[in-house]
Write a protein that binds this ligand. Structure first.
Ligand code: ATP
Ligand code: MG
Length: 379
């Protein structure tokens, strides 16, 4: 099983490129147009939208304070607007690798979904520089969720519940608008409060309309659903809300364990195969890394990680399980149906039991090396 590090999918071409502005009143009211034409004379970035892109120099209008993240498509920097003094984040997409319509689609979806409490606020500011397309987002000082998931340990059940409920709400909203995110992963979830009471979904670069046809040009990551994993390069695949439901299931596993359930949702992956055999009731043996979960949340996993997308539950399903316990107590783990298990599986169980009793079983290599060198210095 892989450690929690996520590769990024490469860009993908889209057969359905006509993403219409979802809420034209946001952009097209007469008064807005008047306002824009008046303001655009001042060449303020705040008067430039994706429909009215102004050519600006970044440094004339923003003080740039460093990178917040670099992705496959571009980078996000922290900036202060010189005109207003507001701290913001700027997503900068190089023209060399980004088509204008892809930039407009990402900006429009992000802006349109902004009113939801669990979706990043996108300001009505988009412009171009000589080399890039740029739009402005609210700045999240705590960064993304990835750093909050301790590898091989996972987050507490309580924090996981707090995060996943908000995420399900954001996805329910998106799906109700017939949009699919298609890139659900911890790196695309911003943490707005240290106790996770507010998290926000972001990065709508892969988002498309539900039902749209896209061509597969990217590789798979652990969150990719099986119907996408099995498609060959350039094959046409249909966008479905089920892809987000699948990724939500994988994310839930990652948050509770600090591991990926598999590297690829492909039958050639032994961890995936083991899960599918149990999921299709070919065996009653719960795969070892799933034995820490209660029967209730296993039922949720069974419905969410359903291999056939049309049989997969909707994101609303989570609400039915939200108040159940999700992780077994250490004493209960041994009772989950299994054969005697391999030695590795038994060690796994033992480690979980010890950890639940506050006994640390994993030795931090750097800590161990430091202790050894400190000990050597005392000799
Ligand atoms: P990828 O292709 O890897 O998914 P991307 O190029 O589409 O990434 P984003 O996901 O939008 O770019 O942003 C990259 C990273 O920048 C995020 O994972 C996050 O860590 C950081 N980031 C993005 N937006 C913000 C923000 N508003 N506040 C703070 N950090 C942010
Ligand atoms: Mg991203």
């Amino acid at each position: 099983m892989a450690l929690l590090t996520t590769p990024s999918p490469a860009p993908e071409s889209n057969a359905n490129t006509n993403f219409l502005r979802p809420n034209s009143s946001l952009f097209n009211s007469e008064s807005d147009e008047e306002l824009l034409s008046v303001k655009s004379k001042s060449r303020s970035p705040r008067s430039s939208t994706s429909e009215n892109l102004q050519m600006l120099s970044l440094r004339d209008h923003y003080e740039i304070n460093g990178d917040l993240g670099k992705g496959t498509y571009g980078k996000v920097v922290q900036a202060v607007c010189k005109e207003t003094g507001t701290k913001i984040a700027l997503k900068i997409l190089p023209k060399s690798s980004t088509k204008l319509r892809d930039f407009q689609r990402e900006f429009n979806i992000s802006y349109y979904l902004s009113p939801h409490a669990n979706i990043v606020d996108t300001y009505n500011v988009a412009f171009e520089t000589r080399a890039s397309y740029v739009f402005a987002l609210e700045y999240a000082p705590l960064g993304d969720l990835f750093d909050s998931i301790p590898p091989q340990i996972g987050m507490s059940e309580q924090d996981t519940k707090t995060v996943i409920r908000q995420l399900a709400s954001a996805l329910e909203f998106m799906h109700s608008k017939k949009l699919v995110h298609r890139d659900i992963k911890p790196e695309n979830i911003l943490v707005m409060a240290p106790d996770f009471s507010r998290v926000k979904l972001m990065d709508f670069g892969m988002s498309r309309r539900d039902g749209a046809m896209v061509r597969k040009t990217n590789g798979s990551i652990p969150y990719t659903p099986p119907e996408v994993c099995e498609a060959v390069r350039n094959e046409s695949i249909q966008v479905t809300t089920g892809a987000d439901v699948w990724a939500l299931g994988v994310l839930l596993f990652c948050m509770l364990t600090g591991n990926f359930p598999w590297e690829n949702a492909d039958i050639g992956d032994i961890y995936f195969k083991e899960f599918i055999l149990w999921q299709r009731r070919k065996t009653t043996k719960v795969p070892s890394q799933w034995r820490r979960f209660t029967p209730r949340i296993l039922k949720f996993f069974r419905k969410t990680l359903e291999i056939k997308p049309h049989r997969r539950s909707s994101v609303k399903e989570l609400a039915k399980y939200a108040n159940d316990p999700w992780l077994l107590q250490a004493t209960e783990i041994g009772n989950v149906e299994s054969d005697s298990g391999t030695e590795a599986e038994q060690v796994d169980h033992l480690s979980i039991m010890l950890r639940d009793h506050g006994i640390e079983t994993r030795v931090d290599k750097r800590l161990r090396d430091r202790r050894i060198s400190e000990w050597l210095l005392t000799l």
